[in-house]
Design a protein around this ligand. Structure first.
Ligand SMILES: Cc1cc2nc3c(=O)[nH]c(=O)nc-3n(C[C@H](O)[C@H](O)[C@H](O)COP(=O)(O)OP(=O)(O)OC[C@H]3O[C@@H](n4cnc5c(N)ncnc54)[C@H](O)[C@@H]3O)c2cc1C
Ligand code: FES
Ligand code: FES
Length: 491
């Protein structure tokens, strides 16, 4: 097997002697590429953002910004990244480099003061600069210049591309000015040209240092055999949870198995009666590929962490951690999703409603992976996802409620409600569903059902919210849905 290596700013470098748990951030800084900064080491600030060449949605390659503080460098064996240093073009010896257009705009518009956050901002900004459909489509399908608003520039720049980047100095307006001022990449721009070729293929990796090993196999079958032999191995996909464990809780595993590039976990199939979503597709990939076809998922994605996190995070990881405050389980419960679980002996399908068995526990056996999430069709037409959190974006839920209702001729034919943050596991609001089904979608029904909903689960008091607040928010959520939908249903 070829020694593990990574291409950084066009130059190949060996990963050795980094430990298997070493993050891309630490690897870069140890090699003198100190433009990539550490602000928090837990995916919250974006100071460590770098660009990775990944399979594109509209072109062979997309430049995708990720948090270098969360991803083990061994996970990028054979891959290609660009840091803030690699964006500028180096000139003749003795002459200063030519700034990249996003760096130039940040400089001339005062988007950088102490400068600590700036390399991360320019990498996130560059990813959006190179998004192939940025200039072609505005917010919706119209000309960007006609649809610009506070969060979308006349150049098609989606400000949410920067939702994972924090700055404590500039007050953000100059940064937004810079983002909304960048033009289109020129024809001779090397990173724009790079999008026309395929990204590096995933490579099998076996990287060992100091009794600790990072492994990647080429196929699902090989991976499942490996997990049969090593049921103690830690499985890693986008590493947005695992990276926090490594950095903040000093988790050190003897054996880590990467599954994020397995082709069998990266398919998205739409059939007449089901949509099957590969467990290792990133949330950004699902969001762009479904393009609003599942409205409840489309409502979830912008409320899930930041673009930087969504560029790495997977549904398999969100369900794999089994957190009671994960945002995808309530939505997937309302959609009546099931999980395809695979191990070396075969596959089985488990309804998500039967998957969680206790706090961070599930029916998943050692050596078993989530291969895909299956969403049955047709979808219920009335849906909503209400995430109650302290900040509008990039925050963890205090409570999350997802609704999927069939309302015909003013009567609720079917109600599915998923809840997060009110019990040791995500749950269905079964009593509330029963209180709604067969009843008119009226203020009286909804008020009675909201009282039932307030009593669902066993919400607790913690630093995010009191149990009383959580219960109150459940009821409010149904009242809000009724207020939002009454007009649409009656018209
Ligand atoms: C700053 C920040 C903000 C966040 N915000 C949110 C938020 O708003 N909402 C939210 O719900 N979460 C949030 N998270 C948590 C995290 O991003 C999600 O849980 C994400 O979906 C994890 O996916 P991953 O691929 O990165 O998982 P990883 O970190 O790679 O893995 C997580 C766990 O799942 C297991 N796993 C991964 N894939 C599979 C699979 N296919 N089969 C079986 N097990 C698997 C792994 O073994 C591991 O135990 C946030 C995290 C950070 C750092
Ligand atoms: S250092 Fe803050 S997100 Fe990585
Ligand atoms: S310029 Fe100082 S943190 Fe952003």
């Amino acid at each position: 097997m070829v020694a593990a290596r990574i291409t950084v700013n066009g130059k190949e470098a060996p990963i050795s002697p980094a430990a298997p748990h070493t993050t891309v951030l630490d690897f870069l800084r140890e090699r003198g590429l100190t433009g990539t900064k550490e602000g928090c080491a837990e995916g919250e600030c974006g100071a460590c953002s770098v660009l990775v060449a990944r399979p594109g949605v509209n072109k062979p390659t997309d430049w995708v910004a990720v948090n270098a503080c969360l991803v083990p460098v061994a996970a990028l064996d054979g891959q290609e990244i660009v840091t803030s240093e690699g964006l500028a073009t180096v000139g003749e010896p003795g002459t200063p480099p030519t700034l990249h257009p996003v760096q130039e705009e940040m400089a001339v518009r005062g988007g950088s003061q102490c400068g600590y956050c700036t390399p991360g901002f320019v990498c996130s900004m560059a990813a959006e600069y190179y998004r192939p459909d940025r200039c072609a489509h505005g917010h919706g399908d119209a000309d960007p210049a006609d649809t610009a608003d506070a969060e979308h520039g006349p150049n098609g720049f989606d400000l949410h591309a920067l939702s994972g980047n924090l700055c404590r100095c500039t007050g953000y307006r100059p940064i937004r000015d810079a983002a909304f001022a960048v033009g289109e990449p020129t024809d001779d721009d090397p990173l724009a040209q790079r999008r026309e070729q395929s990204p590096p293929a995933p490579v099998a990796t076996e990287y060992t240092q100091d009794d600790s090993t990072f492994l990647r196999k080429n196929t699902l079958a090989e991976t499942l055999e490996l997990l049969r032999e090593r049921p103690d191995a830690v499985v890693v996909a986008g590493s947005t949870d695992y990276g926090v464990e490594v950095n903040i809780r000093s988790r050190r595993a003897d054996c880590v198995v990467a599954i994020d590039r397995l082709p069998e976990l990266r398919e998205l199939r739409v059939e007449s009666d089901v949509i099957e979503i590969g467990a290792a597709l990133t949330l950004t990939e699902i969001e762009r590929r479904l393009d609003g076809d599942v409205p409840l998922l489309a409502e979830l994605f912008p409320q899930f962490a930041s673009r930087l996190i969504r560029n790495g995070a997977t549904l398999g990881g969100n369900l794999g951690t089994g957190s009671p405050i994960g945002d995808s389980p309530p939505v997937l419960l309302a959609l009546e999703a099931s999980l395809v679980l695979a191990d070396a002996d075969g596959e089985r399908e488990v309804p998500l409603a039967e998957y969680f068995t206790g706090y961070r526990q599930s029916v998943r056996r050692p050596g078993e992976l989530i291969r895909a999430v299956r969403v049955p069709l047709p979808l219920s037409p009335v849906t909503a996802f209400h995430k109650i959190a302290k900040r509008r974006f990039d925050d963890i839920s205090s409570v999350a409620v997802a609704f999927a209702l069939d309302i015909e001729d003013g009567t609720v034919r079917k109600a599915r409600i998923g809840l997060g943050g009110v019990a040791a596991t995500p749950i269905r609001a079964l009593a509330t569903e029963a209180a709604l089904e067969g009843k008119p979608w009226s203020a009286e029904t909804v008020e009675a059902a909201a009282r039932v909903l307030r009593g669902e689960g066993t919400p607790m008091d913690d630093h995010r919210a009191s149990s009383l607040y959580r219960s109150a928010m459940l009821g409010q959520s149904l009242l809000k849905l009724h207020a939002q939908t009454t007009e649409a249903v009656s018209s």
